[in-house]
Ligand binder design. Structure first.
Ligand SMILES: Nc1nc2c(c(=O)[nH]1)N[C@H]1C(S)=C(S)[C@@H](COP(=O)(O)O)O[C@H]1N2
Ligand SMILES: [Mo]
Length: 524
């Protein structure tokens, strides 16, 4: 049966739509993850709204009410797909005009992204990605099409009037599968990132609007002695922006605090449920606690110190009245992560809290907004559940937490440790007095002394910053008269019980690294 040119047009239009859908999908994901507001669809829609004459805006709002934004986005997507089909047909019949059209549309969406408020030059990246993906895919799909559709200018090999060969059938099928897949994935990615983006924007707006409650118990302002003035030392309070982040969340949960609640249940006499407003109405206390990750290798950066505001977990548990057999609290995050915390560490005198603020602001989304746990003296994986929604009183022999089934210990008390912040490993120094400085921690026990050793010589005492509390790290400094040559500097800490930091190296798994941190320097 002879094929009409109409058939070729349809498959080429489909190739265009598939390529552009995939390109837009990739662009939307990248925009959502890295360049908010620079989504080609969103910024084009916004530009259209900006440029539309008032009568048109009123007409659209009159017709569609508050759905007007959606209508505009749908219209933008529709235009994109029409242009995409034209590009597909053009590229087949008059190359390179299809590619040129895609490039021009990409240039326009880049322009639209650049006109958004606060846009940087990076705003063009999502559109660029869309164009690149669309062009690659279009040329791939057109090459497929050439195997079963005669080209516009029939060459000697063009088949005419014959029924489709086996190879042509296979080529057609493989084209249809790849084009359908590209279209489907592209649409899924576009819609998915728009939905995710909308909920992130809503949660972020709520987070910004959230007024921190007044603390019923405040910490005194930090005394001057709690910080040492040394260039290159870790600040005693870690700013939120540089606070390490560890979690299993591919996408940070965005929670509307109005929908948040915490349930205390399991082996209790009385279940307790707490809404966010109820939590904020309780007397909240400020405290400083240094949080550390069990995966922090010796000398690593997975540790930070912050000022928290929260409600003591022991009071909540007291209210729920645990049954005598309970020995563990399994806390659960909204995304399913769980941590097993010994009940005793949540009911003793330590400052285990349900935190709502970090360094005088609402918890950043990636650090657990609206509510997380902070327990001094325990590694994060067994205590610091972010986006926490559930505390289940249970037993260690009845339930296991997320990491416990993946090679980590069920209990994770923080190990006494210390780190050299300055000088850095392999640093070149000049002869003279060099400050060697860093931090040391033994949360909930406290640090009493830190010592350094040069080239395996005598251990020498360092000068310590005043302790904020036993739950926080302390800074230390040693002024060294550096003499020329290659040197190894090592640090060790001693806790408030007189215990020495373990010298023998051990891996971070299953319950935290041991060993001493050393740096090698060259003094000229
Ligand atoms: N919901 C949830 N909470 C979590 C985790 C997680 O994966 N999911 N990781 C824990 C681990 S291993 C650590 S070290 C701390 C890190 O907290 P941060 O990211 O605020 O520094 O969070 C803990 N809380
Ligand atoms: Mo961790």
């Amino acid at each position: 049966m002879p094929r009409k040119i109409g058939g070729a047009k349809v498959v080429c239009a489909f190739a265009g739509i598939a390529s552009v859908s995939a390109g837009l999908g990739a662009a939307e994901i990248v925009a959502q993850l890295f360049f908010q507001n620079a989504s080609p669809i969103f910024s084009t829609g916004s530009l259209v709204i900006d440029l539309a004459p008032p009568w048109l805006k009123e007409l659209v709002i009159g017709w569609f009410g508050t759905g007007d934004k959606v209508v505009i986005l749908v219209a933008v997507c529709f235009c994109a797909l029409v242009l995409a089909s034209i590009a597909g047909i053009l590229e087949h019949s008059r190359p390179p005009w299809g590619r040129v059209l895609i490039g021009l549309v990409g240039a326009f969406t880049s322009f639209a992204a650049l006109t958004r408020s606060n846009a940087s030059l990076f705003a063009v990246v999502p559109s660029l990605i869309a164009v690149i993906v669309a062009l690659i895919l279009l040329s791939y799909l057109l090459r497929r099409i050439a195997k079963f559709v005669p080209s516009a200018t029939p060459g000697p090999s063009a088949t005419t009037g014959q029924s489709e060969s086996n190879q042509e059938v296979i080529a057609r099928r493989s084209f249809l599968i790849s084009a359908t897949l590209a279209t489907g994935l592209g649409i899924l990615a576009t819609v998915g990132s728009q939905v995710a983006g909308a909920s992130v924007r809503t949660a972020e707006a709520l987070r910004r609007a959230f007024q921190l409650p007044i603390a019923s118990k405040r910490v005194a302002p930090l005394a001057a002695g709690t910080s040492l003035e040394v260039a290159g030392i870790s600040p005693i309070i870690t700013p939120n922006s540089s606070f390490y982040r560890i979690d299993t969340a591919l996408i940070v949960p965005s929670i509307d605090p109005a929908n948040w609640s915490l349930k205390v249940h399991g082996m209790v006499e009385e279940e307790v449920t707490l809404s966010f407003d109820e939590l904020l109405a309780l007397p909240l206390e400020e405290s400083y606690t240094t949080l550390a990750c069990v995966s922090n290798y010796v000398g690593g950066e997975l540790i930070g110190n912050a000022k928290w505001l929260g409600y003591p977990i022991r009071k909540l548990i007291e209210q729920a009245r645990p049954k005598p057999e309970a020995d563990m609290v399994l806390s659960r995050s909204i995304d399913g992560f769980t941590a097993s915390t010994p009940l005793a560490t949540l009911t003793d005198d330590r400052n285990a809290i349900l935190a709502v603020a970090m360094n005088d602001g609402p918890l950043p989304a990636e650090h657990g907004f609206p509510v997380r746990m902070v327990v001094p003296g325990l590694y994060g994986y067994v205590s610091a559940t972010k986006w926490v929604t559930e505390l289940k009183l249970t037993r260690f022999d009845a339930e296991t937490a997320f990491w416990t089934t993946r090679g980590w210990s069920e209990k994770g008390p923080v190990k006494l440790s210390s780190r050299i912040d300055t000088p850095k490993d392999s640093q070149k120094l000049n002869q003279g007095t060099i400050p060697i400085a860093g931090v040391a921690w033994a949360q909930h026990t406290g640090i009493s002394q830190v010592e350094v050793r040069i080239d395996g010589g005598e251990w020498m005492q360092t000068q310590l910053s005043d302790a904020i509390s036993t739950d926080t790290w302390r800074q230390w400094v040693f002024y060294w008269d550096a003499v020329p040559g290659d040197h190894k500097i090592t640090v060790r800490a001693i806790d408030s019980n007189g215990k020495l930091q373990v010298e023998k190296p051990s891996d971070v798994a299953p319950d935290g690294a041991t060993g001493l941190h050393s740096v090698f320097v060259n003094v000229a």
